[in-house]
Design a protein around this ligand. Structure first.
Ligand code: FES
Ligand code: FES
Length: 81
């Protein structure tokens, strides 16, 4: 598996807490999107991406897994594959 699974067509809005670490699922196989649940072990080629919240706010994590600004949505989900 070299291409991530498109877990969602839109980003996931998450209220993050300042100073807390989050592990974004890069493979798209996690059942707890947008975060890693260890399912990437079956995909081999992927590892989660760490995100540390600089402040408590709402963050839009990429759900399509095609973002060029991992782990955040950069609008790439609107592009045709
Ligand atoms: Fe997708 Fe861990 S489950 S990166
Ligand atoms: Fe992936 Fe927006 S959801 S770029």
């Amino acid at each position: 598996m070299t291409t991530p699974v498109r877990a969602s067509d839109t980003p996931f809005a998450v209220a993050v807490e300042q100073g807390k670490d989050y592990w974004w699922c890069a493979c798209g196989l996690s059942k707890s999107q947008p975060f890693c649940d260890g399912s990437h072990n079956a995909a081999k080629a992927f590892t989660p991406v760490k995100y540390t919240a600089a402040q408590s706010t709402t963050v839009y994590f990429c759900g399509c897994k095609a973002t060029g600004n991992q782990p955040l949505c950069d609008g790439s989900h609107n592009k045709k594959p």
